[in-house]
Write a protein that binds this ligand. Structure first.
Ligand code: ADP
Length: 583
């Protein structure tokens, strides 16, 4: 019940204060309580009192009203009207103090103060109905006549009105002013408090909604999610971690009961001497830097990908995805790729033999045609067919042979390119730690002539080391760098910047040039075999340089991509492993 009342008041208090009609005195104060205060005030001071709305209409019942006002003046229509008008004027906001003046109805001394809440004038508190020498019988008699009241009775009632010195009345009025101000500020504080409570409530509601949303997401996720907290020894070193929460996917996949894991140490839950991946997980929980890895879990014959993030210091969450099917597809893809690689090798190798034959027989045909031509010139056949035979042997056949040679050479190039690609794929790698700075030195030395020829300016940062096959990496970066030279912008000096950065277990190398750049639409296409952006441009190439780059990166289980702006330049990124890896 009390709570209900509180809620009603709260909802009233939280209405906007801006619009005056919305605020009613009764909504902010309990009228019965104020009535009591008003009655006691009137009783103690011996003067009349009432609280009215801003236009003078009573809100409380009059206390201690004199007979003159209550039973005579206010009983006449005109008198009551004048009383309301006077009360409304008396209660006008006056920051300096109470408004004290003779009543505009009966002429007795009255005082009024305004009750103002949050800048809104909501009520008037009036006191008075006392007299001193200012008022006299003649005046009151005239007023009785004016409002149509009985003259003698009015005079008699006037004489019953308590007399009070002006000084005492002012003192009482000042007390009233203080009281009204106190009431106003208390009411305003109540409103602010109620608003604050309302704000907390709505924030709490939004928080609960959001929590429910995430809770249901957490529970319904197919991925296993576990939240942990680090456990430290007396020297502050992490020695284990505790499971704080886990979702249904985790309990379903592991078969562990939630109650058996929550608040228990990982070493105990997984029955091992030291908690798995303690070092890596501690780093995430302490630095906030996320970490990701894949692992094979033998008892379930499953591969898992695990992302580790830290929601707050000393805490980390693992999000585990079953990637077994993906791994299987991947293995299948690698196998198919190897098969294709073999086909490519065999096909390009076998195509060579007929091509060499075509080339050989065409050369022979060329020589034989020369002989026929010589014979025709010296023969004394005098036939009209002789001219035609000479034209064939001298012009037409050599012309056709020329076409054959051009196309044979083109096909030879293509086959060479294919063989080069397939050889790259088939190379057996020797993975060692690569000193990146000396690797780039070798790359630059191999391109020394081209770089010097165009007066290229090289800026090389301090580079991080990685793991890989040195020869393949030299070939890969040479392809990228020689492209920077080939596709330079001839209207400015070529600048090539080489840098690297660490990212978890990877090193990302960047080769940046200020060349002609690549159209955004073609950023994916350039990696295709034989693809060239502008085949007609006067720049030599077969369109296989970047496909070889891609193949080498794939063999290293890395990633390669490019960012570019036409006419500004390109940035080729190569991501390689920071650690030793299996082929
Ligand atoms: P090629 O250089 O023989 O054409 P690539 O496979 O090496 O073949 O490159 C494919 C295409 O990518 C090139 O034709 C060129 O248009 C574009 N390209 C490669 N590197 C750059 C670069 N640094 N700046 C601008 N364009 C480039």
């Amino acid at each position: 019940m009390i709570e209900q009342k509180h809620t009603d008041k709260n909802s009233t208090h939280t209405q906007p204060l801006e619009s005056e009609e919305n605020i009613r005195f009764e909504d902010l104060f309990t009228v019965a309580d104020l009535q009591k205060l008003q009655d006691e005030f009137a009783e103690a001071t011996g003067i009349a009192s009432i609280i009215t709305s801003t236009d003078g209409v009573p809100v409380t019942k009059p206390s201690n009203f004199c007979r003159l006002c209550k039973d005579i003046i206010r009983k006449t229509d005109q008198g009551l009207k004048n009383c309301y008008k006077s009360d409304a004027i008396l209660g006008k906001v006056n920051v300096e103090g109470p408004t004290i003046q003779p009543c505009m109805s009966g002429g007795l001394w009255d005082a009024g103060v305004a009750i103002v809440v949050g800048g809104n004038h909501i009520a008037n508190w009036l006191i008075g109905q006392v007299r001193d020498e200012t008022q006299n019988e003649d005046q009151i008699r005239r007023y009785a006549n004016k409002i149509g009241a009985d003259e003698n009775e009015t005079v008699q009632a006037f004489n019953e009105v308590p007399a009070m010195s002006r000084e005492r009345f002012e003192k009482i009025s000042n007390v009233l002013h203080l009281l009204a101000n106190q009431l106003s500020s208390t009411a305003y504080q109540n409103i602010q408090q109620a608003r604050f409570i309302e704000k907390i409530r709505s924030t709490e509601k939004a928080l609960t909604e959001s929590e429910n949303k995430f809770k249901s997401l957490f529970e319904k996720m197919a991925e296993m999610v576990v939240i942990h907290e680090l456990v430290f020894d007396s020297e502050g070193n992490p020695v284990d971690y505790k499971i704080i929460d886990c979702n249904s996917a985790f309990t379903k996949v592991t078969g562990l009961q939630k109650e058996a894991v929550i608040n228990n140490l990982a070493s105990a839950v997984y029955q091992v001497n030291s908690a798995p991946y303690l070092e890596e997980f501690s780093k995430v929980a302490l630095t906030g830097e996320p970490f990701e890895y894949t692992t094979y879990f033998q008892p379930m014959d499953k591969h898992f990908q695990i992302s580790v993030i830290s929601p707050k210091i000393n805490t980390f969450a693992t999000i585990t995805t079953d990637v077994t099917a993906m791994r299987q597809y991947n293995d299948m893809l690698i196998q198919k790729n190897n098969e294709l690689e073999n086909y490519l090798y065999v096909a390009s190798h076998d195509l060579r033999t007929p091509l060499v034959n075509i080339q050989g027989f065409s050369t022979r045909l060329q020589k034989q045609t020369e002989i026929i031509k010589d014979i025709l010139f010296i023969s004394n056949i005098n036939d009209d067919k002789k001219d035609l035979a000479i034209e064939l042997a001298d012009k037409k056949i050599p012309q056709s042979l020329e076409y054959i040679f051009t196309n044979v050479s083109r096909m030879d190039n293509l086959i060479n390119s294919l063989l080069q690609i397939s050889r790259t794929g088939r190379v057996l790698m020797t993975i060692t730690e690569i000193d990146a700075e000396s690797l780039f030195k070798k790359v630059i030395t191999s391109l020394d002539y081209q770089l010097k020829e165009v007066n290229a300016h090289l800026e090389i940062d301090k580079l991080d080391n990685c793991y890989g096959d040195e020869n393949l990496l030299i070939q890969m970066f040479s392809n990228i760098l020689s492209n920077s030279v080939k596709y330079r912008n001839k209207s400015r000096d070529l600048i090539i910047k080489i840098s690297s950065k660490k990212q978890y277990k990877k090193i990302i190398y960047c080769v940046e040039d200020n060349g002609i750049g690549i159209n955004q639409r073609l950023l994916e296409k350039i990696w295709d075999v034989f693809y060239r952006v502008d085949k007609n441009k006067d720049i030599p190439g077969d369109g296989i340089g970047l496909s070889i780059v891609k193949r080498i990166v794939d063999k290293h289980k890395g990633r390669v991509w490019v960012e570019s702006q036409e006419n500004e330049g390109s940035r080729f990124f190569v991501e390689l492993s920071k650690d030793l890896f299996d082929e």
